[in-house]
Design a protein around this ligand. Structure first.
Ligand SMILES: Cc1cc2nc3c(=O)[nH]c(=O)nc-3n(C[C@H](O)[C@H](O)[C@H](O)COP(=O)(O)OP(=O)(O)OC[C@H]3O[C@@H](n4cnc5c(N)ncnc54)[C@H](O)[C@@H]3O)c2cc1C
Length: 595
């Protein structure tokens, strides 16, 4: 068996969170050796596709207090308020740092950083680089990370398991795609930055790689997953492909209409269309710029009333940006135009864009504190795979990119300190675990030549069960049905056989390992969704339609006890903002000086 590949810190993931964490470790202690393991080339990470922008207070009309309040109320009070306060305070520093590293933030005519409105943010605070923000941010992070010689890049290596000895985490087992070699990559700390899990559902904006691997690895190692019942549907995906039309389209003034050309959102407690000459400009704070959970729920209600349009890919409504004019669309939303032309066959300068809700983001993830620490010493998580939690029951658009930076950096800094005093790993114990995992993968996938099941059918059945049972609206019965189907899919997965038994670039094997992860993540989502008998944010239980703070102002934790998933609970941290009603529109609960 090949030797262990030894480092001090192992980072799994080369997206915004992983790269920010890597830079943080290298800056804190240049003597540490850092492995950056990524199943795809880092610049292909899903971060690259983020369009709209990243939130941080920068303008004189804004304040930390406002950003904190928007985030907490947007989260339906399930966010930990200490984490939100810290996040909001560190956000402008992180985005400014990115500016210094070369990120080309779009500018106002006077040369200052421009901001745009975003859903649920009642004051404009979203920094952007046209509508290709993620691309520019990831480029900036990657080129900065390349400066540090202490980083070793494991591009196209797939982590399959955490190495744990006693009560500490010491690295990962990873498969090199090019050679098929399965090796141990060890360190005294591991930071999981593996992104989200939208692919658990059939219709998603998420890249094919977003399969919840890090969440599954943590769960299997006994670390709880927090708030997994909260799955964000973005209200404006292109029917058929699920490609995202960014919220920036509405931030710049786009409106949404139903089949009668009516701005239906005014019927759903999100404010009324205001006079366009009103200094509070209508689209900035009301209706189309309500939070994503409420907009997606409004779509379902319109559909039930028969007021949506019907197309080959199901029901849809229209997002109209024609009134912005060609010049502004080209300047501020060039990518929206490109996507609509290429994938919907329409030019939004002349025609409205067909859209429908699409799975976009998982609010839940690996349970961490504000330094990215988990209950397992040496294991950290940051970015979309983690749940700190600042997003609670509903994330506000543009908080996520900033979250990757703030908490990626904090996890990196903490891990750099931790490894200085953590005990050395016992190499022979770890080597044995690597051998066992390699043998498991060979036996279960590569050497198995027969079986009853195909990967694709099991995956599709799981995805459809999740959409049907754990979608925008759920009931006990619908989630129970999804759970039973997911359990059945897990059994059927054991009977899956692969056609490709080669070792080099065996992408079928990677798909199998990803599906194995998604099945675990789906299971956690179902258990959490069953246990939360209330409606809050993105979790709408039609059999329990109200928010129930008395019993459920708590984080759910799904944890494996003796191999069986159990749901436990953890208090939400409330500092200054007692639970209140979420208000949007003119009387939105915005601090009075901003009304
Ligand atoms: C289309 C789209 C648009 C978005 N727009 C915005 C926006 O405008 N503003 C905003 O704030 N948020 C936006 N988001 C959300 C935001 O982009 C993501 O939450 C964020 O970029 C996630 O970053 P990350 O570093 O956590 O993970 P990712 O960028 O997804 O990176 C995950 C990394 O983990 C690696 N990895 C995963 N599994 C393994 C494994 N088993 N082994 C090895 N490596 C592994 C991958 O190779 C990858 O490098 C958008 C999301 C989408 C899908």
């Amino acid at each position: 068996m090949a030797e262990l590949l030894k480092h001090d810190v192992v980072i799994v993931g080369g997206g915004a969170a992983g790269l920010r964490a890597a830079i943080a470790v290298a800056e804190r202690n240049p003597n540490l050796s850092v492995a950056v393991v990524s199943k795809i080339y880092p610049m292909r990470s899903h971060t690259v596709s983020a369009e709209g922008g990243a939130a941080a207070v920068i303008k004189a009309n804004d304040s930390f207090e406002h950003h904190i309040y928007d985030t907490i109320s947007g989260a339906d009070w399930l966010a930990d308020q200490d984490a939100v306060e810290l996040f909001v305070h560190e956000a402008p520093k992180e985005l400014t740092l990115l500016e210094h590293w070369g990120c080309p933030w779009s500018r106002d005519p006077d040369g200052t950083v421009a901001v745009r409105p975003f859903g649920g943010m009642k004051i404009e605070r979203t920094w952007f680089a046209a509508d290709k923000t993620g691309f520019h941010m990831l480029h900036t992070l990657y080129q900065t990370a390349l400066r540090y010689v202490e980083l070793t890049w494991y591009d196209e290596w797939f982590a399959t398991k955490l190495l744990v000895d006693g009560d500490r985490c010491y690295g990962v087992v990873a498969l090199e795609l090019r050679t098929g070699a399965i090796r141990g990559i060890t360190g005294k700390a591991v930071i999981l930055c593996t992104g989200g899990a939208g692919r658990v559902f059939p219709f998603t904006t998420n890249a094919i790689t977003k399969t919840g691997d890090g969440m599954a690895l943590a769960l299997r190692a006994g670390v709880p997953l927090k708030d997994m019942e909260f799955i964000q549907y973005h209200p404006t995906g292109l029917p058929g492909t699920g490609i995202l039309i960014t919220e920036a389209a509405r931030g710049e003034g786009g409106i949404m209409v139903n089949k009668d050309g009516y701005r239906y959102l005014q019927d759903y407690g999100l404010g009324k269309p205001l006079d366009v000459n009103d200094p509070r400009h209508p689209v900035k704070r009301t209706m189309e710029l309500g939070p994503r959970d409420k907009l997606s729920q409004a779509f379902v209600m319109e559909m039930r009333k028969g007021r949506t349009l019907k197309g080959p890919y199901g029901d849809y409504v229209l997002l109209d940006i024609r009134h912005l004019g060609e010049k502004k669309i080209n300047e501020k939303l060039p990518f929206v135009r490109e996507l609509a032309r290429n994938y919907a066959g329409i030019d939004p300068v002349y025609e409205p864009i067909p859209v429908r809700p699409v799975v976009h983001y998982v609010m839940g993830g690996v349970d961490t504190d504000v330094d990215g620490r988990t209950v397992l010493d040496g294991l950290y998580a940051a970015g979309e795979c983690a749940c700190v939690s600042i997003n609670g029951a509903n994330r506000l658009g543009s908080n996520s990119l900033t979250e990757c930076l703030v908490f990626g950096a904090r996890a990196g800094h903490h891990a750099a300190e931790y490894v200085a005093s953590a005990p050395d790993p016992n190499d022979s114990v770890l080597q044995k675990q690597v051998e066992e995992e390699a043998a498991r993968i060979r036996k279960q996938f590569l050497e198995k030549t027969e079986g009853k099941e195909r990967l694709v059918t099991v995956r599709k059945d799981m995805q459809n069960a999740m959409e049907d049972g754990v979608g925008i609206y759920r009931t006990e019965q619908s989630v129970q049905q999804a759970l039973e189907k997911v359990l059945e899919c897990r059994e059927r997965f054991k009977e899956v056989y692969l056609d490709d038994h080669t070792v080099s670039f065996n992408t079928e094997l990677i798909s199998a390992l990803e599906l194995e992860c998604m099945l675990d993540v789906a299971l956690a989502m179902c258990h959490a969704a069953l246990a939360r008998r209330e409606s809050r944010g993105a979790h709408q239980r039609e059999d329990h339609p109200n928010r129930d703070d008395e019993n459920f102002l708590k984080h759910s934790l799904v944890v494996l006890r003796d191999g069986q998933p159990k749901v436990e609970w953890k208090d939400v941290v409330i500092t200054k903002w007692p639970p209140g009603e979420r208000k949007y529109g003119a009387d939105s609960g915005l601090p009075t000086d901003q009304k």
